[in-house]
Design a protein around this ligand. Structure first.
Ligand SMILES: NC(=O)c1ccc[n+]([C@@H]2O[C@H](COP(=O)([O-])OP(=O)(O)OC[C@H]3O[C@@H](n4cnc5c(N)ncnc54)[C@H](O)[C@@H]3O)[C@@H](O)[C@H]2O)c1
Length: 386
């Protein structure tokens, strides 16, 4: 929904609700992000005017998420570290450049990849371009934060994993929920128990209009664009003995909206995601988790409220604002590079990407699919020997 064209009363109600949900700073930047998306300069701002030595980060894809999350949290935590703002839409590149005091804006990604002063790139463009851009960054020895999904097909995923193995650059994926305050508590509570778990997600996806680029044939639709958040989270919530994973799809007409998918893991854990995408969800994506493992019962609502019962003990967490882990995810990627910490390993990048691609396949064919781990599923003949 384009909020900028709604009537005053709607805008006011939305602002008040978002102030409660996200606090003042994020609400303001989210509103600014809406206008950033529509910005059209009559005359573009002066480019390449000032550079400060601190600037060493490139942003590829200057849309809403880069503007209101990546650049916002980089500036908040590290100051003016963004050197280059790149987008195929010059107005968005220029608008992010202006707001976050970058050194230059460009529509040419090669300018960023070959800039020797840039050593870390955040990729948040259209889904089909994530892996190719990340591979180019790795070829230049740069570290890269890849927004979800990390690949839209197996070919891209193989190439990305190969590039990781032959580059000094490091990689982190933009899955933020496991890094969130409540996400970490849940993973800790599940890890304290033994045996198989039951994990049950209900997700009401935010409204995305039919003509949105998410639905273009090579972009992967909502399974790769949205469901990957919860498939990755489930992957991170399950113990070592995950494989083989049996995927059982349930769908009606569509293969990526209003679907249910179950996964049976090697240790007997059963995880289900019910993904409903119907009308407008005023508060954005809504999500609940009910989980049970050993003596622990978990109830999570919208990454704001969490209750954990372990026999007679009850722990409740009621956050002032929703925390999906966006800030910590942006910071961890920065620290991965600066402090040589938190980098993803190739088996994780493969396993999480492969799992969601196989879920997509299961839903499209409406058939069960078995998924094996990196060791068994990565095509060995394709291992990069460079
Ligand atoms: N981690 C999260 O919670 C989260 C939330 C929202 C979006 N995202 C991800 O962030 C990315 C951007 O999403 P968004 O909501 O900002 O979308 P958006 O449509 O607002 O922005 C995408 C931007 O990419 C630009 N672009 C398109 N093709 C390009 C190309 N080939 N090269 C460079 N730029 C190109 C577009 O012009 C646009 O400005 C997506 O990958 C999305 O999945 C992540």
């Amino acid at each position: 929904m384009d909020y900028t064209v709604q009537n005053f009363s709607f805008k006011l109600k939305k602002t008040i609700r978002y102030l409660k949900l996200y606090g003042v700073g994020r609400t303001i930047v989210k509103i600014m992000g809406q206008y950033h998306m529509k910005k059209e300069y009559a005359v573009l701002p002066a480019n390449h005017v000032t550079t400060i030595p601190k600037q060493h980060v490139g942003i590829i894809g200057c849309g809403n998420f880069s503007f209101s999350n990546i650049a916002f949290y980089l500036k908040k935590n590290y100051g003016n570290v963004i050197k280059a703002a790149m987008d195929v839409n010059v107005h968005r590149a220029a608008s992010l450049f202006e707001k976050y005091n970058a050194a230059y804006f460009t529509t040419n990604a090669e300018e960023v990849f070959t800039d020797k002063t840039i050593d870390l790139i955040y990729v948040a463009s259209n889904h089909a371009s994530h892996a190719p851009y990340a591979i180019r960054a790795l070829e230049e020895g740069k570290s890269v934060h890849i927004e979800k999904p990390n690949a839209v097909n197996i070919e891209q995923l193989v190439n990305l994993c190969n590039a990781m193995q032959s580059s000094k650059g490091k990689v982190r994926l933009g899955f933020n929920r496991p890094e969130s305050k409540l996400g970490k508590i849940i993973i800790g509570a599940l890890n304290n128990e033994t045996g198989a778990a039951m994990l049950n997600w209900f997700v009401a996806g935010h409204e995305i209009e039919k003509e949105h680029w998410y639905f273009a044939s090579d972009e992967g639709g909502r399974i790769l664009g949205n469901l990957c958040h919860w498939t990755d989270l489930i992957y991170r919530m399950t113990p070592e003995e995950k494989y083989p994973i049996k995927i059982i799809p349930s769908r009606a007409e569509k293969s990526d909206c209003d679907i249910s998918v179950s996964m049976i893991f090697g240790d007997g854990t059963i995880a289900t995601i019910n993904f409903s995408a119907k009308g407008h969800t005023f508060e954005g994506v809504r999500e609940t988790l009910n989980a049970h493992k050993g003596n622990t019962l978990i109830e999570l609502k919208d990454f704001q409220y969490l209750r954990i019962d372990t026999v007679e003990k009850v722990r409740k967490h009621n956050l002032l604002h929703r925390d999906h882990g966006h800030e910590i995810a942006v910071k961890k990627s920065y620290e991965m590079h600066m402090l040589d910490d938190n980098a993803a390993d190739v088996s994780y990048v493969w396993n999480t990407g492969y799992l969601v691609l196989k879920i997509k396949e299961a839903l499209e064919k409406n058939e069960k699919v078995i998924v094996e781990s990196f060791e068994k599923s990565f095509p060995q003949e394709r291992v990069n020997t460079k």
